[in-house]
Design a protein around this ligand. Structure first.
Ligand SMILES: Nc1ncnc2c1ncn2[C@@H]1O[C@H](COP(=O)(O)OP(=O)(O)OP(=O)(O)O)[C@@H](O)[C@H]1O
Ligand SMILES: [Mg+2]
Length: 199
């Protein structure tokens, strides 16, 4: 990787605030913002449509090659936004992966307000509850560049400032401090979900 070029991933469950803060971070860093969903739609890296999840399916290999090319071509900092960015951006290019987190009971309200189906809300809320995105990102990149940031009850600007401080080495990159399952609200939330014996 070029010593001066930095690539920051912003990943996390849908609705945690990735696009909002990734744009803000790119602006403060004077870098370029790359939204993977936008890029996939704009440049045709779509292989189909998932009727169950109500979402487009991206051509991950094609997108990965395109992002590698962008990393080669861009001169400055890149901020890459996408819940699958850890699968698309080559691991060796990543400076820091920010995994945004949002309390599942707050995320649920966000996703319901978007008009998502009950199943889609539940799938995403449960993913957030059990750290799916964090685990996937750790598996892809290892733990040393992993930074979890809680967006719950914080203004976007505050989150962006914190990420900037981490990106510039003024704050440590931390992970493992967020544990939704230990919270009282999680028990209430799980009370609404089907138990593990139902199919
Ligand atoms: N601290 C925060 N950081 C980021 N967004 C926040 C924060 N607090 C509230 N929000 C709000 O949360 C909403 C969801 O944000 P956003 O669309 O950026 O999520 P996302 O993770 O990009 O979702 P998707 O994966 O569906 O693209 C926005 O309306 C945003 O203003
Ligand atoms: Mg987004």
């Amino acid at each position: 990787m070029d010593g001066q070029r930095q690539v920051f991933l912003v990943t996390g469950t849908p609705g945690v605030g990735k696009t909002t803060v990734a744009r803000g971070l790119a602006e403060l860093l004077g870098g370029a913002y790359v939204g993977l969903s936008e890029l996939a739609l704009k440049e045709g890296f779509i292989t189909g449509y998932d009727e169950v999840r109500n979402t487009s399916v991206a051509n991950m290999d094609g997108l990965s090659q395109r992002v590698s090319q962008l990393i080669e071509d861009e001169v400055g900092t890149l901020v890459v936004d996408g819940h699958f960015s850890q699968d698309v951006v080559p691991s060796h290019s990543v400076s820091i992966a920010f995994v945004l987190r949002r309390a599942p009971w707050v995320l649920k309200e966000e996703l319901e307000a978007r008009g998502y189906s009950t199943d889609k809300v539940r799938e995403n809320v449960e993913s957030e509850l059990v750290d799916v995105c964090l685990t996937e990102t750790a598996e892809k990149l290892g733990a040393d560049r992993l930074c979890e940031v809680d967006t719950t009850h914080r203004a976007p600007r505050e989150v962006v400032e914190l990420m900037l401080a981490v990106a510039q080495g003024r704050e440590p990159c931390r992970y493992g401090h967020i544990d939704w399952l230990s919270r009282e609200e999680a028990r209430e939330l799980l009370g609404e979900s089907p138990d593990c014996t139902s199919s």
